[in-house]
Design a protein around this ligand. Structure first.
Ligand SMILES: [Zn+2]
Length: 434
């Protein structure tokens, strides 16, 4: 049995940036089998037909997040990054348990699904609990255990231990459609050369995604330059960190040489404009990176530094920051913004099965309602695209499917009791705050 979805507008986010008005998407066994203009839909007697108002498009792909940090949302407002970490975040994380992380992930995943995010690339401690929480809610996830060598986080294990745990977690989720397990070396400044080399080798040998923070702040690479005489991307490349499939979050303080090196190694970039703005980290050179050929997706980063998990806002901020940085309103378009939260975000994670509604890809889809007053007027289908970018938000996501399974209907999560999850989260947050 297959399903046919007929919608006022279908935006597949394919290579041609097609807009079908009205359009159809056929789904069978969790994958898209056909898509196009409604007038061209082939007759299929054995199909369940769903008629939808608004826009049907691929689910959004969040390139970098620490969603379990919903338990820390709002903590340390207004502090600079170093004080925010050492005075507020790390002491609270020291009091966290796996159950707290699971509760945080359930609420974060529910928030993302309600906002149309169907895949998230996670980096956090308690990877087991994060994977479990994500799976319970029904969001697609790449779960990367954070690997870090720093005072105060010894209880999460040595890099060798976390690598071993990651491989075991990967084996436990083998063959599962929703959960992929990767490796999450935190950054060049929190890991020694030996650990970085070993993580890079493991990622290549096991075919796992390597997910790292890179060049988030202006000064974080100073110690590496002083010790090795090399800029951080070059140092990491020499250690083999980019030898496999790699995703680098932030990439704010990269120069032309760094960009060329990242491109040469096919590193995917997760651009986090909201977090970079909130913590005053800087404005990433998105236009230069894209021109050089790098694939750049957008991401929310964690809810402790954003503070929400709304990728529509990131799409908008990506445009605003790029245009302001270049002083040119033509450097990045609304189509680019939508690609950066769908097809390009998926490509940046090395996931060609996600991010677009084209035959063969997974049927991760969202319906955006155009009922809100902010979507008027719509004179042409192109108006829908610009309205989605400039006026769109999580508020208007009405229905969500992951792998063809409906997980949100009329703005309600179908998989978990969100009210109960929120109660658990508040209890955990109160205890962790001390
Ligand atoms: Zn981060």
């Amino acid at each position: 049995m297959s399903d046919r979805y007929l919608a006022d507008y279908v935006l597949p986010l394919d290579d041609d940036f097609s807009i079908h008005a009205p359009g159809f998407v056929d789904v069978a066994d969790g994958r898209v089998t056909a898509v196009g203009g409604a007038e061209n839909a082939p007759p299929r007697p054995e199909v369940r037909v769903h008629r939808l108002d608004g826009v049907l498009m691929p689910g959004l792909v969040n390139g970098h997040a620490h969603s379990a940090m919903t338990v820390l949302r709002g903590a340390g407002e207004g502090l600079p990054l170093d004080r925010w970490l050492t005075e507020v975040i790390w002491p609270r994380e020291a009091r966290m348990t796996p159950d707290d992380a699971r509760a945080g992930m359930v609420v974060g995943a529910a928030e993302m699904l309600l906002g149309g995010v169907t895949t998230t690339n996670e980096m956090y401690f308690f990877a087991d609990a994060v994977a479990e929480g994500a799976r319970a809610v029904g969001i697609r996830s790449i779960v990367c255990a954070a690997i870090i060598e720093a005072p105060g986080v010894e209880r999460f294990g040595t890099p060798e231990q976390v690598i071993a745990e990651s491989l075991a977690l990967r084996d436990r989720h083998a063959g599962e459609d929703l959960v992929e397990v990767g490796l999450g070396p935190h950054s060049a400044y929190t890991l020694g050369d030996g650990a970085l080399r070993e993580i890079g080798e493991t990622a290549v040998a096991e075919g796992m995604l390597l997910h790292i923070h890179l060049a988030e702040t202006r000064t974080e690479g100073d110690a590496v330059i002083e010790r090795t005489g090399k800029r951080v991307p070059h140092h990491l490349a020499e250690l083999g960190v980019f030898a496999g499939r790699a995703s680098a979050a932030h990439c704010v303080w990269v120069d032309d040489g760094d960009i060329a090196l990242l491109d040469e190694h096919g590193v995917g970039v997760a651009h986090c404009p909201g977090s970079n703005g909130k913590l005053a980290s800087g404005v990433a050179p998105v236009v230069a990176m894209r021109r050089a050929g790098l694939v750049v997706g957008a991401a929310t980063d964690g809810p402790a530094s954003n503070n929400d998990l709304d990728l529509w806002e990131e799409a908008r901020l990506a445009l605003l920051y790029a245009r302001l940085r270049e002083g040119d309103a033509a450097v990045l378009g609304v189509e680019d913004a939508l690609r950066m939260v769908t097809s390009e975000a998926a490509a940046a994670l090395g996931r060609p099965d996600l991010g677009a509604l084209v035959p063969g890809r997974r049927a991760d889809m969202v319906r955006v309602s155009l009922d809100h007053v902010a979507y008027d007027p719509i004179e042409t289908p192109e108006d829908v695209v610009s309205h989605l970018v400039w006026a769109g938000s999580a508020r208007d996501v009405a229905d969500v499917w992951v792998g063809g399974r409906q997980v949100v209907a009329e703005r309600t999560v179908l998989t978990v009791d969100v009210a109960e999850a929120r109660r658990e989260l508040r209890t955990a947050a109160r205890r962790i705050a001390g």
